[in-house]
Design a protein around this ligand. Structure first.
Ligand SMILES: [Zn+2]
Ligand SMILES: [Zn+2]
Ligand SMILES: [Zn+2]
Ligand SMILES: [Zn+2]
Length: 256
């Protein structure tokens, strides 16, 4: 930002008079009031000095241009073409000993038409290319910012959907298992009931055989007992075999 402070006339200031400057001499680097500017122009030594308005000076006063040599502190009065560098008088014998006299020219000559120079054109080109690059990078990161939001939403949705699908799968699995359990329970129960009935029937039959044996022993002849014992034994053996078969079925028919 250009300073809003008033620039005072240097010449009047030298006479302890405070007066605002209207113009700025770029060579003397001093402000001039209207009166003093006339004198400045009338003198041969300063007639060709480039004057600019104080408004224009405010635009450039914040531009940091160093007019002195950073090493020696002297004014940068010369320019070496070979090294493309502005130098002071002390620089020449030390750093530019081998540079020819035609390489080293006055800074005034070197800076003539600087506004049309390719160096300024290059600088402007580099600046505008840099601005383009920065803008491109900003655009790129703005797109990335949008993408990162979209990605987050997509992944969030995937997580939610996966959770829903898992719930659905587990519900379905539970339903199937319960259905299966119900049918197995029914089968198993009816199987046990069936065997239980058969066993009860067997119990009655064996009880009957016991009764028959008892009666035979009490009332039958020896021949009857002889034949009856063998026949009853066959019947009992059949029942024993059936019982063994049942025991085998019990072991086999667990929850399957
Ligand atoms: Zn003045
Ligand atoms: Zn001047
Ligand atoms: Zn120097
Ligand atoms: Zn040089």
């Amino acid at each position: 930002m250009a300073s809003k402070l008033n620039i005072s006339c240097g010449t009047c200031g030298y006479e302890d008079i405070s007066k605002n400057a209207k113009k700025w001499c770029t060579i003397c680097e001093e402000g001039f009031c209207g009166e003093c500017e006339k004198y400045h122009k009338s003198m041969k030594v300063s007639r060709d000095h480039k004057m600019i308005s104080t408004e224009d000076y405010r635009q450039i006063q914040n531009i940091s241009v160093n007019f002195n040599c950073e090493i020696h502190g002297k004014k940068l009065d010369l320019y070496c073409k070979k090294h493309d560098i502005a130098v002071c008088v002390v620089c020449i014998p030390s750093e530019h000993k081998s540079c020819s006299s035609s390489d080293v020219i006055s800074i005034d000559e070197a800076s003539k038409n600087a506004k049309q120079s390719s160096a300024l054109l290059d600088l402007e080109g580099t600046i505008s290319a840099t601005i383009d690059n920065v803008k491109h990078c900003i655009k790129n990161r703005e797109i990335a910012l949008t993408n990162v939001d979209q990605d987050e939403q997509t992944i969030r949705k995937t997580i939610t959907d996966t959770r829903k699908n898992l719930n659905k799968y587990l519900d379905e699995l539970e339903r199937k298992l319960l259905l299966d359990l119900k049918s197995k329970h029914k089968n198993r129960k009816s199987q046990i009931m069936k065997i239980l009935n058969q066993l009860k029937q067997m119990e009655q039959e064996v009880e009957k055989l016991k009764e028959q044996t008892l009666q035979m022993k009490r009332f039958a002849s020896d021949l009857q007992v002889f034949l009856g014992t063998r026949q009853l034994n066959q019947s009992v053996s059949k029942q024993v075999e059936s019982l063994k078969e049942f025991a085998r079925v019990f072991r086999k028919a667990e929850w399957k």
